[in-house]
Design a protein around this ligand. Structure first.
Ligand code: DGL
Length: 261
């Protein structure tokens, strides 16, 4: 048994959608959530920058005594997962778009993947599609501006609605019956995405699969917690602003501390 927290990080507050799944499955674990808001969005940044930033954050979180790390950001995984694994000696779960389960589910043999430009351009994503996508049409739709608009303009804003119109329409037109939410910010607008697709379209996010994987890793390493499910949130951005966004997204007031890794 172990009293140390699990670190969860994202470019911003998208990873809170993952944290919700982690808390539901692992109620006795404590979490330290880090939002790299100062550099939000990650989606269009150069791969080398994201790699360096991801390693730095992971090293600092390990130094702070975290016992495991969840990279709750598809973009950071695409750019930095291998480097992070090489840099720190902790159990790590790194998210990537649920292409494999989507392919197992599709009837129309057309799937859509909504993700950041950096995720979709990555070598890792190309390998994922090559490994599982034979005979399947994979519509990879980059969504520049969407993650930051969800945080800054709000999930119900006209800006988000216009971006969703532009990014979801090509999936509907192509006949996709499964949509992969390949960025952890997008579950915040899952209903709005579903409303733009035909009824019965399946939307996939990876939160629960990640929670199961983390549970297995903790059990395998004998690192299960006995905590009270405490959550701390830290940001490299402005804590009050981030706290207001957390409140808007989660409907819960939480303390946010400033932390620069
Ligand atoms: N939430 C992140 C992801 O899962 C990235 C959003 C962004 O910073 O562009 O890819």
């Amino acid at each position: 048994m172990n009293a140390k927290p699990i670190a969860v990080f994202d470019s911003g507050l998208g990873g809170l959608t993952v944290l919700q799944a982690l808390r539901a499955r692992l109620p006795h674990e404590d979490f330290l959530y880090f939002a790299d808001t100062r550099f939000l969005p990650y989606g269009e940044k150069p791969e080398a920058f994201l790699r360096e930033r991801g390693v730095r954050i992971a090293e600092r979180l390990a130094e702070r005594g975290c016992k495991a790390l969840v990279v709750a950001c598809n973009t950071a995984t695409a750019a930095a997962a291998e480097s992070i694994r090489a840099a720190i000696d902790l159990p790590i779960v790194a998210l990537e778009p649920g292409v494999k389960p989507a392919i197992a589910l599709t009837q129309s043999r057309v799937i859509g993947v909504l993700a950041t430009t950096r995720t979709l351009q990555s070598e890792r994503f190309r390998r994922l599609v090559d490994a599982h996508g034979q005979g399947i049409q994979v519509i990879a739709q980059p969504c520049p501006g969407l993650a930051d608009a969800i945080e800054e303009a709000g999930t119900e804003s006209a800006t988000v609605a216009a971006l969703l119109d532009a990014y979801v329409t090509p999936l509907r037109v192509a006949g996709a019956d499964v949509v992969v939410l390949g960025c952890t910010h997008y579950p915040w607008v899952a209903e709005a995405i579903a409303a733009r697709m035909p009824p019965g379209t399946c939307l996939l996010d990876t939160g629960e699969a990640v929670a199961r994987q983390l549970e297995r890793l903790l059990a395998g390493a004998g690192l299960q917690g006995q905590g009270g499910g405490q959550v701390r949130i830290a940001t490299s951005g402005a804590p009050q602003q981030v706290a207001a966004t957390v409140d808007r997204l989660l409907g819960q007031k939480m303390q946010v501390e400033h932390w620069e890794p």
